[in-house]
Design a protein around this ligand. Structure first.
Ligand SMILES: Nc1ncnc2c1ncn2[C@@H]1O[C@H](COP(=O)(O)OP(=O)(O)O)[C@@H](O)[C@H]1O
Ligand SMILES: [Mg+2]
Length: 287
């Protein structure tokens, strides 16, 4: 555990940890959280923006949602949600803080496990770190309905270890050939190591839905042909200036422009990943 700077800080710190622990312990359920890893081959394709806004939409609909920033060194969840982090996932990974120490409250009752942004070095995850973190995460599985892990890009251990903690992987890609090829590298790695993994695809920054479907169909054909597996289409998001405006203003899009076309697409993705049927669509995510 980190040494607090002063007695005053210490009081705020203990009060916050107690609040999070109480809140979580009084809100347990018998069902286990569904864990999604949001990942990509290529960087800058919209992982954090999609993770943040999916999390807020579901939290707003009354679900208990935990968003984990696992993009260490290039952490962005705190910046995109405007929260201030005093502890981080790096400390949980190296055992100097418990997961309860590091949880903070985000918008709409969302819980966030932040990472340290701008530290200028990359935390190298070792086998022991991943196992320790998984154990910490298990303590929370009855406290949440959904857990999103926003990972870094690429197929390094830092990313892949988090990907394998999930039940379903959401691979984000864009129409760019580089993003397509790198997404394939990620899908290949996941299926090679864990053939039973469920993989969903989101095509971001498209011109329209039919473009996205065409890109997905081509992608899935390649996966079927070379890996003899298939991936699921989870949705697409068109290019929308509001997405970068939200990032610039450090206000999540779900709060800044909740009726924007890209937010409608995020809601559609939320319904797709949870398998919600048409009949329930309106009542759950119409805000
Ligand atoms: N649908 C979109 N329309 C327009 N710009 C987008 C869209 N999705 C993402 N972006 C832009 O791409 C940038 C990178 O997104 P981000 O979520 O940080 O990606 P990643 O987490 O994959 O690195 C954002 O700052 C935003 O400006
Ligand atoms: Mg990111």
């Amino acid at each position: 555990m980190l040494c607090p700077y002063s007695f005053h800080d210490f009081n705020i710190y203990t009060a916050r940890v107690n609040y999070m622990a109480q809140n979580i312990n009084s809100n347990l359920s018998s069902s286990k959280a569904k864990v999604f890893a949001v990942t990509s081959g290529k960087g800058g394709v919209g992982k954090t923006s999609i993770s943040v806004n999916l999390s807020i939409v579901l939290a707003k609909a009354g679900m208990r949602v935990l968003l984990i920033d696992a993009d260490m060194g290039l952490a962005n969840v705190d910046l995109m949600t405007g929260v201030f982090a005093s502890h981080s996932i790096e400390e949980v990974l190296n055992g100097s803080a418990s997961i309860f120490d590091a949880l903070i409250e985000g918008p709409e009752g969302l819980t966030i496990l932040p990472a340290s942004s701008g530290i200028g070095r990359i935390f190298e995850i070792g086998k022991g770190n991943a196992a320790l973190f998984k154990k910490e995460l298990l303590q929370l599985e009855h406290a949440f309905d959904i857990i999103f892990i926003d990972t870094g890009a690429g197929i390094s251990a830092n990313v892949v270890d988090f990907v394998f903690m999930a039940e379903e992987v959401l691979v984000i890609m864009t129409p760019e050939p580089t993003a397509f090829a790198d997404a394939y590298a990620m899908v290949k790695l996941v299926f090679t190591q864990k053939p039973e993994m469920k993989i969903g695809i989101v095509v971001n920054i498209v011109r329209n839905e039919s473009d996205a479907e065409r890109i997905f169909t081509k992608f899935n054909e390649i996966v079927e042909r070379f890996l003899e597996k298939s991936v699921q289409f989870r949705g697409s998001i068109a290019f929308d200036e509001a997405v970068s405006e939200a990032v610039m203003r450090q206000i999540p899009l779900a709060l800044l422009a909740s009726t924007s076309p890209s937010m409608q697409s995020i809601r559609k993705i939320a319904r797709n990943i949870l398998g919600i049927k048409i009949a329930n669509k309106k009542s759950l995510f119409n805000r």
